[in-house]
Design a protein around this ligand. Structure first.
Ligand SMILES: Cc1cc2nc3c(=O)[nH]c(=O)nc-3n(C[C@H](O)[C@H](O)[C@H](O)COP(=O)(O)O)c2cc1C
Length: 205
């Protein structure tokens, strides 16, 4: 083989080597980047911190909220009225305190105590009983009290027989437009822990 042709072949092989050598690390970086982005998203999902918040006067919502906190290993907070509701207050269709509050749009029953570390939570599971087809007014007090603009809220309610109806969607206007509201569900008094688990599994990815 002529010396010049031999040199050309060597040059061509070197060129191929340089070319492929330049390409592979770039591909690896891209692949690593994609991989780390996926991991980051997964980490973010598993790092979502949940707070279960509930208001309950006869224990039905409380029991389900405790199931949810147990299933998700989440913190739990009870909304307690500054002025406790008596049995008479809760007797509905008597024009008692609860009846009057539900028919007055300006009422905001005060809450006893507060959540000091609300900014730590990404997701709020919000449980309440249905009072005259809506959430009790104290739930609005709660929503107006904190900043939910970067949070996801998952509502659920308990009732004698009414569905969740518009009770959850009516609450949206009391939080920032950037708050993410997921679809809620109504539960009856006989609801099992398994049913709460199914609800949470379906709604939380
Ligand atoms: C003032 C008041 C109004 C209520 N309105 C309704 C209603 O419109 N529909 C319904 O099915 N149950 C209604 N209930 C029943 C409660 O929603 C139900 O008993 C609920 O599960 C109670 O939850 P708790 O034990 O967590 O307080 C009402 C109860 C009260 C005290």
């Amino acid at each position: 083989m002529k010396k010049s042709r031999f040199l050309k072949i060597i040059l061509f092989i070197s060129f191929l080597g340089i070319f492929t050598g330049c390409q592979n690390p770039t591909n690896n970086i891209d692949q690593n980047k994609k991989q780390s982005e996926v991991n980051k998203t997964q980490d973010m999902d598993t790092n979502e911190k949940t707070l279960v918040v509930y208001f309950s006067q006869t224990g039905t919502t409380k029991r389900l909220a405790e199931y949810a906190a147990d299933i998700l290993n989440a913190d739990i907070y009870e909304i307690i009225a500054a002025e406790p509701y008596t049995k008479e207050d809760l007797a509905y269709y008597t024009n008692g305190r609860a009846d009057q509050e539900q028919s007055d749009p300006s009422v905001r029953p005060q809450i006893s105590g507060e959540i000091k570390n609300m900014e730590e939570y990404d997701r709020i599971i919000l449980g309440y009983p249905i009072w005259h087809s809506q959430a009790p007014k104290i739930i609005i007090t709660f929503l107006e009290k904190y900043d939910f603009s970067k949070k996801t809220i998952i509502p659920f309610c308990t009732s004698h027989s009414s569905g969740i109806g518009s009770s959850a969607s009516h609450l949206h206007e009391y939080t920032a437009p950037t708050t993410t509201w997921l679809e809620g569900k109504r539960f009856g008094g006989e609801t099992s822990k398994k049913e709460i688990e199914e609800f949470l599994n379906n709604i939380i990815d």
